[in-house]
Design a protein around this ligand. Structure first.
Ligand SMILES: [Zn+2]
Length: 827
């Protein structure tokens, strides 16, 4: 944070205090509680109590945090509140950022109240509410003592009100309003989620005190004060106002509009470099709630522009942001890898902001929820230590090569991220499902049940995602629902089945909508094939992170520290039989890659120097065979990968224009070497009119001999069309077998696509077969030198007797609809 002479890390080690962090408070979480409806909102959250997690990594994380909440001694947390109010306390003081001399003391009780309220709402276990109720009662007693202690009415804190004098007059003090906000947010959550009436009373008194303190200041005094981190106090005041409390809370919320930050954002200008990241995110969160409260579009634009800047120009592959807690120049990522990247509070707050923007911009929903998923899985899910029964939490998540995650503890840490970690891990049910009228959004693939309040409909989601790429929804009850299933932008070949029947054409980066009157027992099976991706950083294309679908993979380095990014051979990446686990060859030797969220207790690298064979264009080559003479087949993509007609191959009338005509004796077409070198996804699509079917004759065969090749035959020894790929001879082949041979005598469109572990074979624009365990990809073949149409790597196989037209090669998997349109357009 901005104050300290010491770095935060130094502070942590010293066990002292200085520096800071965040915000809290679930924005109004329930269906129709708000007395003042939100402006500009067209999607809504279900109450946390309507969603129950089923077994899985999220439920496991939640369980650990909830056991910590049960363990925590409320009287120790209350100790400094009581002393500050002149009440007796014999409890042992807490340590870390809650120590009696730390200026941030008292913030954790706010996090604990929020976490207890969420744990109660998420599970129905009243022990959490009972503990929260006790804390609220005790805080009420402390607040009642304010005037007796010489504080102004409504003041409630673990430190004296003189801290507020200091921040108002520009004297050094850590972040007093930040701390007060946590308490306010916790009180609001105890009221909204756990039905505690006294919490609202205390909060209203405290909000009136905030109004009193700030209404006495000039605008210039307030703006000067706002340079000190103040967390989400504005957001909570907007929430309180929207809940229908005193209209004065709106004025008070707007006292916290920070012009230095808001003005450039309103002009869509990224001036974030050099600002403490987590001080700013809650300001954007307050801005979007300000829009919901007032309809002022300037607030909406500030929040939206901020989100765009942070997500697109300041975020790492895991979805986190900041180095040393500060925003860096736009797109400085590879140059900003350290042990203090990605403070966890930042992503906690970015997810809150993303959620509010989702309510506001349903048209951007897919983009917003793609980011939500990225930061949720890759940053926050993996920031809790699974070896700790109390859910100890990271502060930073290091992204330098050789970094290692470190965690909080029971009583001697209490950092901001320990606090927001308690909140994150007790509200995983909040963003899986949303609704608007009859529309139900399924945004995340987390094992859970949703009981739709007032509808008598329950949706059960069973999945082991992301270890599998599928999820099943089962409906109990009946009624009309427009189901909207998120199809992430990173997938290809997605399928959705209703009661076993393929439905719609899922488009990545959008929602698949199924309008239907549902009945008990109806099922929706969602398949979202994941593929390997190697994502470059914006400031250095050689520095890359490896992902499988949405999941960032990290190289596992045990106790070995690293002084530089290892160099990774991209073509060596090979999936293992364990989901999401790869092996590869790097400059450090052979290395295992695991999901980053599962990487704990070892040193790791998320980023690599990546060596690749020259990157293939997405559309590699296209042979139309429209030349009227000669042996050249030009490449219509303009990439210059000219093919050659060999052994006298001729031409005939094609599907469009001319086609190459192969006689079945010795004629074939030669494509350039390395036609798919390094590709981890691909498509080959072509028109063929088989003259005479000959078993094992190749439509195409790309390889370097019988050991290493990929091929497609119109008829294999099994009598049907087959695609196969191997780097280990015939015995190492992975295959897709069609149900029938290709027909003879008619123009037929054939396509093979492969991404992730999913290969699909299409005939005449329709899928005929698939293999979802296809781990052999073109990259394992290296730079193939014998790339042929009509000829086999095996010299004993027959040559193809057929005409071939419009032969296309891509380094990506075309979607089903793209294949269908190639077929229907005849091109
Ligand atoms: Zn933090």
């Amino acid at each position: 944070m901005h104050r300290p002479p010491l770095s935060r890390r130094t502070v942590l080690k010293a066990g002292a205090a200085t520096a800071v962090a965040t915000t809290a408070a679930v924005a109004l979480p329930t269906t129709a509680q708000a007395a003042r409806p939100d402006s500009g909102v067209s999607a809504y959250a279900f109450p946390l109590s309507a969603v129950r997690l089923l077994a899985g990594p999220f439920q496991a994380n939640a369980g650990r945090t909830m056991s910590y909440l049960t363990f925590l001694d409320a009287d120790r947390l209350l100790h400094m509140f009581r002393l500050n109010a002149g009440l007796a306390s014999s409890a042992t003081a807490c340590g870390g950022w809650e120590s009696p001399t730390t200026e941030l003391r008292g913030h954790s009780i706010g996090h604990v109240l929020t976490a207890l309220a969420q744990a109660y709402a998420s599970t129905g276990d009243t022990s959490y509410k009972t503990k929260g109720d006790y804390i609220v009662t005790q805080l009420g007693l402390c607040q009642d003592r304010a005037t007796a202690r010489g504080f102004n009415t409504g003041y409630l804190s673990a430190y004296p009100e003189s801290f507020i004098d200091r921040v108002e007059t520009g004297q050094a003090v850590w972040a007093p309003y930040y701390t007060l906000h946590k308490i306010m947010a916790g009180l609001l959550d105890m009221h909204l989620l756990a039905g505690n009436a006294q919490a609202l009373t205390i909060l209203n008194r405290k909000a009136a005190w905030v109004q009193f303190r700030n209404s006495r200041l000039t605008l210039a005094q307030r703006q000067a004060m706002l340079r000190t981190e103040f967390g989400g106090v504005g957001e909570t005041l907007y929430n309180l106002y929207q809940y229908g409390e005193n209209a004065a809370h709106l004025t008070t919320a707007q006292y916290f509009d920070h012009a230095q930050i808001f003005d450039p954002l309103a002009n869509n200008s990224d001036q974030l470099n050099g600002f403490h990241a987590n001080t700013q995110i809650p300001k954007a969160l307050a801005a979007i709630r300000g829009f919901h409260a007032t309809g002022t579009t300037r607030y909406r634009d500030i929040a939206s522009n901020f989100w765009n800047f942070v997500v697109n120009q300041h975020s790492y592959a895991i979805g986190g942001n900041s180095n040393g807690e500060y925003f860096q120049p736009p797109n400085a990522i590879a140059s900003e890898l350290s042990d203090s990247t990605c403070e966890c509070c930042n992503s906690y707050n970015m997810l809150k902001l993303t959620r509010q923007l989702f309510f506001t911009f349903p048209n951007r929903a897919a983009e917003l929820m793609d980011f939500y998923e990225k930061a949720l899985y890759n940053h926050l899910l993996g920031a809790q230590n699974p070896s700790s029964s109390h859910g100890f939490h990271c502060y930073y998540v290091p992204l330098r090569a050789g970094g290692i995650k470190t965690y909080s503890n029971d009583y001697n840490n209490f950092t901001c991220c320990h606090g927001t970690g308690m909140e994150t891990n007790t509200k995983y049910g909040e963003s899986i499902y949303f609704y608007n009228g009859n529309t139900l959004y399924v945004n995340l693939f987390i094992a859970s049940t949703l009981t739709w309040p007032g509808r008598g409909i329950t949706i059960r989601q069973d999945t082991t995602y992301p270890e599998t790429s599928t999820s099943r929804l089962t409906i109990t009850g009946s009624g009309a629902i427009d189901l909207r299933v998120r199809i992430p932008s990173w997938t290809s070949g997605a399928q959705v089945r209703v009661n076993g029947t393929l439905t719609g054409s899922p488009t990545p980066g959008s929602y698949l909508t199924i309008n239907r009157t549902w009945a008990s027992g109806d099922t929706v099976d969602i398949s979202l094939p994941m593929s390997l991706a190697i994502e470059p950083t914006p400031d250095n294309s050689a520095v890359r992170a490896v992902k499988h679908g949405p999941i960032v993979l990290a190289g596992q380095y045990g106790t070995t520290n690293l002084s530089a990014l290892p160099t990774l051979s991209a073509s060596s990446l090979a999936a293992t039989s364990t989901p999401l686990q790869y092996t590869a060859t790097a400059s450090t030797g052979s290395v295992t890659l695991l999901p980053f969220y599962k990487t704990h207790g070892v040193r790791y690298t998320v980023y690599w120097n990546v060596t690749t064979t020259p990157t293939l264009p997405a559309f590699v080559a296209h042979y139309q065979f429209d030349e009227s003479s000669g042996t050249t087949a030009s490449d219509a993509t303009g990439n210059g990968r000219t093919a050659t007609l060999s052994s006298g191959a001729g031409r005939t009338t094609g599907r469009t224009g001319n086609a190459v005509n192969l006689s079945g004796s010795s004629q074939y077409v030669t494509l350039p070497s390395g036609i798919l070198a390094g590709a981890t996804s691909f498509t080959v699509a072509t028109w063929v009119r088989v003259t005479t079917l000959a078993t094992w004759a190749r439509l195409f065969d790309f390889g370097s001999g019988t050991g290493t090749n990929m091929f497609l035959v119109p008829r294999s020894g099994s009598g049907t069309a087959r695609y196969a790929i191997t780097a280990g001879g015939a015995g190492g082949e992975q295959r897709i077998d069609a149900p029938a041979a290709l027909p003879a005598g008619v123009w037929t469109h054939v396509a093979i696509t492969h991404t992730g572990n999913l290969g699909i074979l299409y005939v005449n624009g329709a899928e005929v077969a698939r293999n979802s365990a296809l781990t052999n990809r073109p990259s394992i073949l290296g730079t193939t030198t014998q790339n042929w149409i009509g000829r086999s790597q095996y010299s004993g196989d027959p040559y193809l007797n057929a005409a071939v037209d419009s032969f296309r090669v891509y380094s990506r998997a075309l979607s089903a609809s793209e294949i269908a349109s190639l077929n229907s357009s005849g091109s």
